[in-house]
Each structure stands twice: as structure tokens, then as C-alpha cells.
Design a protein around this ligand. Structure first.
Ligand SMILES: *Cc1c(COP(=O)(O)O)cnc(C)c1O
Length: 430
């Protein structure tokens, strides 16, 4: 690209970044650096979010309280450990559009998915199927298949997979709602993602719930790529449960404590569940009686006392989301991803195909990109980007995912990505 064209684009990007009302939030994060000391262009928040600056101090506080107070820190710590999981409740509820007693932070994502299926996948002879996307995340496949087998059914008939029916590998509303309409009477559970990890497609959660409930199916969502990305309204959506992880858009660190939503309508239901003492009614938990008396709401699904050192980063991270506001973040995100999308189409359209839907309502911040030409070209571009300090990720067989997240990414990050793609294309033409 000619130098003056590049300068013009850079000036434009910097100008837009300067006008971003959320720009200051970037300073709350630690951006990894290249060997030469420059900041990386990090577009991988869809996979592992960056570390908030405040996380280290929050962790050290807990280590200090453990040192100074030991067992007493359960009651006298700066953030007492006994009620600790409650400190994230309100922020978590606000983040996903839920009532406070509908959410809980616990375990990890796949564990929560299993615990939810214990309660909400109750197959019988005629209604025993689970509906998922054919290209669902492997862990979700493993979880639903193993649940089907655990109940003595055969995935060959009890696992119904929706095939992509759009050119980029995405699913039309008609394909999803059609599958529910067609198979509804034998579907026990509809288990779909909120934002598809591979294509970046966002599903119409409310429409899915309406269609599924009309057929008598329960509905759960895996929101790994939706939490902290979309402005979710889980309570109004009406799904029966949802689960998500906290290390992607929620910036809470590798393997962070995950989230779980159980709709209010199930808060006091006598559902089968795998129980543990931390799910027992708080008022009587320490009577240490053998009978289980579930805490109403999502808290009743907890098993163990929570890992404080893993919850501290979540507490920090959710306080950032509270201050920024998910509505404002989503507004910035739509504009940022639209900018990224337009830049790619205009300046890298000869090289890259965007497979993520173009409509804002059908995607979050991530764009899934396919390199035109042989698969080796995709790997070669990916390696080139990495060598330039541009961090995106690669998903087999041929997808590059790039996610400008609204908390710490800028227009200039999107532009650097596109300029590096141009540079790569120029070297290949020689
Ligand atoms: C990231 C992700 C997972 C990972 O599961 P863990 O239990 O957190 O290791 C599972 N499912 C989906 C859809 C994901 O995006």
C-alpha cells in the first residue's frame, strides 16, 4: 500500500481512537510486549483475555490475609472468604442480564455444563435427544455425548446435530428453528452456544428459547464466547440454564472460575442434582447435618467452598465491566468490529474472506477469517502475523480468528493487522 494511503488510514484510526469514550480502560490492562519492547497487537481476547493491572494486588491481598489471619480470614479478611462468592454476584448478574440469585461463579465451564445437564437433561424413552451445532466446541460434544451414554441412550439417535447451511459455515435461523420444529417432540434439551466459537456467529437466543419451549424442550446455552462480548439478557431470554468461562472476554486468567445461570423458575424446584455442602442452605450449612437442603437459586448447585485465589481475579475483572457498562462496551464493540470488517473488505479483500455474519445482531466482536487460496497460505499468513507481534489465533482446519475487544482494543490495532496482511500479500506476489 502506498505510504501516503497508509498514513491517511493511520491518522484516521488514531483520530477515532482519541474520540473513544472508553479509551482509558485500556490502561487498566497489561499488554504483552514484543522482544523489541513494543506492545503486541493483541486480538486474542476471545481465547485468553489480558490481565487487569489490579489483579496482582488483589491476589497478594488474599495471600497476605492467609498469612496474617489464616483460618480467621474466612470472617475477618479484607474480603472475607466465607461469603466471597457473593462478592461477584451482583456484577455477574448485571453482566449477563440476570437476577442476582440466578447466577453463581463456580467450577469451570465443562464441569458446570455437566452439573446443569444432571438437572436439565432428563431423558425418557420417547424424549431423549440433545440438539447441538455440528461444529460445536469439542468439549461440548464430549459432554453431551457422555451424558447421553450415561443415561443409557445412543448418540447415533439421541444426538441431533444442526449442519451449517450458509456459505461461511454459519447457521440460518431457519436451520435452527426448523430443526427444533422437526425434531422437537423427541428433544429433551436444546444445547447451543451463544456465540459460535469457530464462526463468530451470534444466535438469536430468545427465538431459540421460544421455539424450544413451545415444543416442550428445555434449553441451555454455552456462553463461553458470549459472556462479556454481547449485552446478554438471560432472564428475559428465558433459557433454563447457561454456563460460561471467565478467561476469555472476562479477563480473569487461565482456567478462571466459570459462571452458571439457572432461571428463576427453577430456583426452588425439586430437581435431581449432584449436591455438595456449599449448595446447602447457608443458614443451616454448619449444623453439619447429613440431609441436603438446597439453597434456592443458582447457589444451590455449588459443590465445594470456592477457590479464593481463583475468584479474586474474577472480582477485579467484573468491577471493570461494572464501571464500563456492558451496554457502552457493546456499542463500542459494534462500531469497532464494523470498522475492522470494512477495513478488511476494502484493503485485504483479495486475501481474506470474512465468514462471520455481517449484521451486528448476528455477531460479537470476533471475525473469523479464511485465507483465499491453499490451506498452507493460511498458516503462512498466521506465522507472518505472529512474527510481527500481531496475536490472533488459528483454528483447524483453516480459520484465523481475530477479536477486537472493546475494553482494550483500538482502531489502530485493527489497522496494524490489515497492514501486516498487505505486507504478507506483497511478499508472496514477488
Ligand atoms: C472455551 C470453550 C470451552 C472450554 O471449556 P473449559 O471447560 O473451560 O476448559 C468449552 N466450550 C466452549 C464453547 C468454549 O468456547
Amino acid at each position: 500500500m502506498a505510504d501516503h494511503a497508509t498514513s491517511l488510514l493511520e491518522a484516521q484510526a488514531l483520530e477515532l481512537d482519541a474520540r473513544d469514550p472508553l479509551a482509558a480502560f485500556r490502561d487498566e490492562f497489561l499488554v504483552p510486549r514484543n522482544d523489541d519492547g513494543s506492545e503486541q497487537t493483541y486480538l486474542c481476547g476471545n481465547s485468553l483475555g489480558l490481565q487487569p493491572r489490579a489483579t496482582r494486588a488483589a491476589l497478594l491481598d488474599e495471600l497476605d490475609d492467609w498469612h496474617r489471619l489464616a483460618v480467621e480470614a474466612h470472617f475477618r479478611g479484607r474480603h472475607p472468604w466465607m461469603p466471597y462468592h457473593g462478592f461477584v454476584r451482583d456484577d455477574l448478574a448485571a453482566l449477563v442480564g440476570a437476577l442476582p440469585h440466578e447466577v453463581v461463579a463456580m467450577n469451570s465451564l465443562t464441569v458446570n455444563l455437566h452439573l446443569m445437564m444432571v438437572s436439565f437433561y432428563r431423558p425418557d424413552a420417547t424424549r431423549n435427544a440433545i440438539l447441538i451445532e455440528r461444529n460445536a466446541f469439542p468439549s461440548d460434544h464430549h459432554a453431551v455425548e457422555s451424558q447421553i451414554r450415561f443415561h443409557g441412550h445412543d448418540p447415533a439417535s439421541a444426538l441431533i446435530e444442526i449442519d451449517p447451511d450458509e456459505p461461511g459455515g454459519t447457521l440460518s435461523d431457519a436451520a435452527i428453528l426448523g430443526a427444533i420444529e422437526q425434531h422437537g417432540s423427541r428433544i429433551a434439551l436444546v444445547m447451543l452456544s451463544g456465540v459460535q466459537y469457530l464462526t463468530g456467529q451470534a444466535f438469536d437466543l430468545a427465538a431459540i428459547v421460544r421455539a424450544a419451549h413451545a415444543k416442550g424442550c428445555l434449553v441451555g446455552f454455552d456462553l463461553a464466547h458470549a459472556a462479556g462480548n454481547l449485552a446478554l439478557q438471560l432472564h428475559d431470554t428465558g433459557c433454563d440454564f447457561a454456563v460460561w468461562c471467565s478467561y476469555k472476554y472476562l479477563n480473569s486468567g487461565p482456567g478462571a472460575v466459570a459462571g452458571c445461570f439457572v432461571h428463576e423458575r427453577h430456583a426452588r424446584a425439586a430437581l435431581p442434582r449432584f449436591a455438595g455442602w456449599w449448595g446447602h442452605d447457608q443458614a443451616t450449612r454448619f449444623r453439619m447435618a447429613p440431609e441436603f437442603d438446597a439453597t434456592p437459586g443458582a447457589d444451590g448447585w455449588q459443590l465445594s467452598n470456592p477457590p479464593i485465589l481463583a475468584l479474586a481475579p474474577l472480582r477485579v475483572s467484573l468491577s471493570i465491566f461494572r464501571r464500563a457498562g456492558m451496554g457502552a462496551l457493546r456499542a463500542k464493540s459494534e462500531a469497532l468490529t464494523a470498522y475492522f470488517d470494512a477495513l478488511i473488505r476494502e484493503h485485504a479483500g483479495d486475501v481474506l474472506e470474512i465468514t462471520t455474519p455481517r449484521e451486528p445482531s448476528r455477531r460479537g466482536c470476533q471475525l473469523s477469517l479464511r485465507v483465499k487460496g491453499p490451506r498452507e497460505a493460511g498458516r503462512s499468513l498466521f506465522d507472518h502475523l505472529h512474527a510481527r507481534g500481531i496475536v490472533v489465533d488459528w483454528r483447524e482446519p483453516d480459520v484465523i480468528r481475530a477479536a477486537p475487544t472493546p475494553l482494550y482494543n483500538r482502531r489502530i490495532d485493527c489497522l496494524r493487522f490489515v497492514l501486516a496482511v498487505r505486507e504478507w500479500a506483497a511478499t508472496r506476489k514477488r
